[in-house]
Write a protein that binds this ligand. Structure first.
Ligand SMILES: [Zn+2]
Length: 317
């Protein structure tokens, strides 16, 4: 029988950017992403804000994504069990002026973009077309921060044909793991976020795992961490999940439960991958950190041995 796989999709529609999708498998209590960068097929490219208002392009993009996922699953002999997507699955219901999930996220201090209703989106699409027809720049289209949702709706609809689909919001996961996290694109922050997730997923746990990170999906490291974070939520069982919003009205964003996050991480306390370079493994952390920091660590600034040790102590001890 095919092994189960949990999939995380970091929805994007940027031109000439391949969509980041992570395929992760539970193995001995760990959540291991499969390397996909060297496969004979690659995740499809987005079409950008100019074409995301054209329904056929989104439909075509969504079908290519489904095909890509099927190809990867076929290649590895795995079966999609659940798919988490970091996008609203459908327009806001016309009966309410704000999604319940988005209102609750905002109340928790987690900023998110408001999802328009279908009639609002029709109006937005007309505005974008008018802007472009009058020679306006693509970079200045109105509602630029909501247009990607149009791609998300079609991707969700298409992927629901192969497995149950959950809406997730990696930024909400991170806020639960690291309450005072800086913005995710700041240097070093994706690594911190992944280390926080790894305490619960057991991955990455070794220098070899950290090397594989580059190969788990398209996109930059923060895209890869977001897609892995989504796959993590997809892999959790009911007791390990909580929601913002209402399950009954399908207005819901899924996050790891506080109960799960309060459990003591199961990892060996003494083995630890160097938090600066991720290339060295301490067998009995923090034993030996000073020699590693002084001489070998590639994750520290240049300087004297004492300066390097001081930097390591300041950042990690
Ligand atoms: Zn190091």
């Amino acid at each position: 029988m095919d092994r189960s796989i949990f999939i995380g999709v970091d929805v994007s529609c940027a031109v000439k950017k391949r969509i980041p999708i992570v395929f992760a498998e539970k193995r001995e209590g760990r959540l291991i992403p499969l390397p996909v960068k060297e496969l004979p097929f690659a995740a499809p490219y987005g079409h950008g804000n100019k074409l995301v208002v054209e329904h056929e392009y989104n439909l075509n993009y969504a079908r290519q994504i489904r095909q890509y996922i099927s190809d990867v699953c076929h290649f590895y002999g795995v079966k999609p069990e659940r798919i988490a997507i970091d996008s609203p699955l459908r327009p806001r219901s016309e009966e309410i002026d704000y999604r319940v999930a988005e209102r609750e996220l905002n109340q928790a201090g987690i900023r998110c973009y408001k999802t328009p209703s279908k009639p609002e989106f029709d109006e937005i699409i007309n505005k974008v077309r008018r802007h472009l027809a009058l020679g306006g720049e693509v970079a200045r289209v109105p509602h630029a921060m909501q247009l990607w949702m149009l791609a998300g709706f079609e991707i969700s609809r298409e992927l629901a044909k192969i497995a149950p689909v959950l809406e997730v919001f990696p930024q909400a996961n991170i806020r639960r793991l690291i309450p005072n996290t800086k913005h995710k694109t700041r240097k070093g922050v994706p690594k911190l976020q992944l280390e926080a997730i790894a305490r619960y997923t057991g991955w990455p746990a070794t220098p070899r795992d950290w090397k594989i990170l580059k190969r788990i999906s398209a996109g930059s490291m923060h895209d890869q961490v977001d897609a892995y974070s989504a796959a993590w939520v997809a892999s959790l069982n009911e007791a390990e999940l909580e929601v913002f919003g209402e399950v009954e009205s399908q207005d819901v964003v899924w996050v790891p439960s506080k109960k799960l996050l309060s459990t003591h991480p199961r990892l060996n306390e003494y083995r630890k991958v160097c938090p600066a370079c991720h290339e060295h493994e301490f067998k009995r952390w923090p034993w030996g950190w000073d020699a590693h920091a002084a001489h070998r660590c590639k994750g520290l600034s240049k300087g004297t041995q004492e300066q390097r040790k001081a930097e390591f102590r300041r950042r990690f001890l």
